[in-house]
Design a protein around this ligand. Structure first.
Ligand code: DP6
Length: 333
């Protein structure tokens, strides 16, 4: 039996082709520029939220471990937005599990805050349109706004809380791309995304990156809608390199790359020159997301494993929207 005030949601991580880096308003997470991503099927967070008048404080259990300090405070703060909407002060027990390896260098905040938002709203009986859920998820983690809708999604920068949300621009079955998540390091990064966003404007290159964003967004949107791999490859690689140029020229500089990162970039460019549909993108870490088509994914996965320094390769196809799981109840509840 599912107790009252309880709901579970599942959401997928996503990989951005046009990146979010820097906020115009850090409190509301209004981004400096719009972004476009693909949800990653199978790389999921499953989160159960139980509100009860009997709880004295919020609690968070992540992958079986009770959390304190910053992670708990961030979740609790996020629940405050949802409690305010529902008009309740009830505290909650949050039980969340990622099915991708912890420390695999896959950002979990997107899937985590998308699942948390959808579960918490349902647990409090709030039935909200997808756009509102995406806006709420954005307050917890910017990239989580893009994991609420399904498939290929675009987050509009907007000008205020109302206008900054993500929506689907194509469903998952539109284009069977594969993200080969190529792991070169499982270390925790010294500066995470939230800290990195705050540094973006200290780079003299950020203004140019942001000013050019509408052009890249247009090229990327069109490449996805027309399933034009060559066009996607060109704009996604340029966008990732522009973001890393900003990172590397911030004060202090953020250099996320490691030697295998560069080896992978060069291997991918060589394979593309030889005719393979393949391109790279990189988030705030050393791991490389190698994007290709379903037909080429198995052979490329083998080739990637041969590159010196590669520890593992995970394959993800386009994923659907965040959704409720009706019958799920973790042991901890
Ligand atoms: C490099 O969404 O993780 O992955 O809003 O502070 O949680 P917060 O940041 P986050 O930033 C993602 C940065 C990125 C690029 C992207 O996914 O667009």
């Amino acid at each position: 039996m599912i107790p009252p005030g309880t709901a579970t949601a599942r959401a997928f991580s996503n990989i951005a082709f046009i990146k979010y880096w820097g906020n115009r308003d850090a409190t509301l997470r209004l981004p400096a520029n719009g972004s476009i991503s693909m949800n990653l099927d199978g790389l999921a967070s499953v989160t159960t939220v139980r509100f009860s008048p009997e709880y004295a404080a919020d609690r968070l259990i992540l992958n079986g471990q009770a959390q304190w300090g910053d992670p708990l405070a961030r979740v609790s703060h996020h629940l405050d937005h949802i409690r305010a909407l529902a008009g309740t002060k009830q505290r909650a027990l949050v039980v969340s599990r990622n099915n991708f390896p912890a420390g695999a260098g896959i950002a979990s905040s997107a899937s985590a805050f998308a699942a948390l938002t959808v579960a918490a709203c349902a647990a409090l009986g709030l039935s909200l349109p997808e756009r509102t859920l995406s806006r709420l998820a954005r307050l917890g983690s910017g990239s989580a706004s893009r994991s609420v809708p399904g498939g290929f999604t675009e987050w509009y920068a907007g000008t205020d809380d109302q206008t900054s949300y993500a929506e689907s621009i194509a469903p998952p079955e539109h284009w069977d791309l594969v993200d080969l998540v190529t792991i070169v390091s499982e270390e925790h990064k010294a500066v995470g995304s939230t800290g990195g966003h705050a540094l973006a404007s200290s780079s003299p290159l950020q203004a140019a990156r942001v000013a050019d964003a509408p052009r890249r967004l247009e090229l990327c949107r069109r490449a996805i809608l027309e399933r034009d791999f060559a066009a996607l490859a060109q704009v996604a690689e340029q966008d990732a390199l522009m973001m890393h140029s900003v990172m590397m020229t911030s004060s202090p500089p953020l250099v996320y790359w490691q030697p295998p990162t560069l080896r992978l970039l060069q291997a991918v460019q060589r394979w593309r020159a030889e005719g393979a549909p393949v391109c790279f993108t990189i988030d705030a870490g050393p791991n490389v997301h190698v994007i290709t088509t379903a037909e080429r994914s198995a052979s490329l996965q083998d080739a990637l494993k041969q590159v010196e320094g590669v520890r593992a390769v995970l394959a993800a196809h386009p994923g659907g929207p965040a959704h409720l799981l009706a019958d799920h109840l973790p042991a901890e509840i």
